[in-house]
Ligand binder design. Structure first.
Ligand SMILES: NC(=O)c1ccc[n+]([C@@H]2O[C@H](COP(=O)([O-])OP(=O)(O)OC[C@H]3O[C@@H](n4cnc5c(N)ncnc54)[C@H](OP(=O)(O)O)[C@@H]3O)[C@@H](O)[C@H]2O)c1
Length: 253
């Protein structure tokens, strides 16, 4: 009798809440073994227990801004399961950074988490991902398609993440690895809890389902929900002066 193939392994950053936690549940249901990464270890441990305990999930505390910690955690994860099929770079923070009262502390946290906190996983994880013919996913944002007047640094961090992944996708086109950029619109999570009305918002579970399907079909780009994606695409094609006029109207609200 032949032995069944080993289950695929996914490492998810920012797995302690929102999209990351919902994706962990979704992937566990699809037969993945999980490495759950975030700072709030008690939440990761509870989630690991929920999806099947030690045999199914490994919770690891890590601040993704800390490069040495990222490299250590990547090594522990690889040692535990011996392979990596899916890396989801999801950890992220928002925060208002309006001008002219510019808050450099918030700005630094946003860039270090959303950009460096994703970039730092690539060196230790791309070799095992390529060996497994796997997928690397960036959870970017539709907010990266334009400069948000209220959170321009968040927009900039997500624009940088999206262009990083676009370049990597082209550079890695001959390699057995899929490079997927995900651009959600509004998703109902802790990050958006205090934001009031969220046009076209979807649940974290719905977002997780869309992301898991995109991974399963080896897609390279995903923007959702569709109406928000279309709207942003149309706005993106406007002449720059018209686009800025629209952003000014939005900023007044
Ligand atoms: N919600 C939306 O509308 C929306 C839209 C577009 C894109 N996104 C993106 O989706 C991703 C997930 O966000 P979410 O909406 O699910 O928000 P969330 O519920 O606040 O989740 C953010 C996750 O990131 C983790 N995280 C933050 N800073 C970290 C750090 N320094 N080190 C390690 N982990 C860190 C948090 O865990 P700990 O606090 O435990 O460390 C948490 O698990 C983010 O990249 C966000 O930018 C969200």
């Amino acid at each position: 009798m032949s032995t069944p193939p080993a289950p695929p392994v996914a490492l998810i950053t920012g797995a302690s809440s929102g999209i990351g936690a919902a994706l962990a549940r979704e992937l566990a249901g699809r037969g993945y073994r999980l490495v759950l990464v975030a700072r709030r270890i008690e939440r990761l441990t509870a989630l690991a227990t929920e999806v099947g305990g030690e045999a199914a999930a490994l919770p690891l505390a890590c601040d993704v801004r800390d490069r040495a910690a990222v490299e250590r955690v990547a090594a522990v994860a690889l040692d535990r399961w011996g392979r990596l099929d899916l890396l989801v770079l999801n950890a992220g923070v928002g925060g208002p950074t309006p001008f002219p009262d510019f808050d450099m502390e918030t700005a630094t946290r946003v860039v270090e988490t959303n950009l460096m906190g994703a970039l730092q996983w690539l060196a230790p994880c791309l070799p095992p991902l390529t060996a497994a013919g796997g997928t690397v996913v960036a959870i970017s944002s539709l907010a990266g398609r334009f400069g948000s007047p209220k959170s321009p640094v968040y927009s900039a961090s997500k624009a940088a993440l999206s262009t990083l992944f676009e370049g990597m996708r082209v550079a890695c086109r001959e390699l057995p690895i899929t490079v997927l950029t995900v651009e959600p619109g509004w998703v109902v999570t802790e990050m958006t809890a205090k934001m009031g009305r969220l046009p076209f918002a979807v649940s974290a579970e719905a977002a997780a389902g869309r992301i898991a399907e995109a991974v399963a079909h080896r897609r390279t780009r995903l923007a959702f929900p569709r109406p928000a994606g279309w709207l942003i695409a149309v706005v993106g094609r406007l002449p720059a002066a018209w686009r800025e006029r629209l952003l000014r109207l939005r900023d007044r609200r």
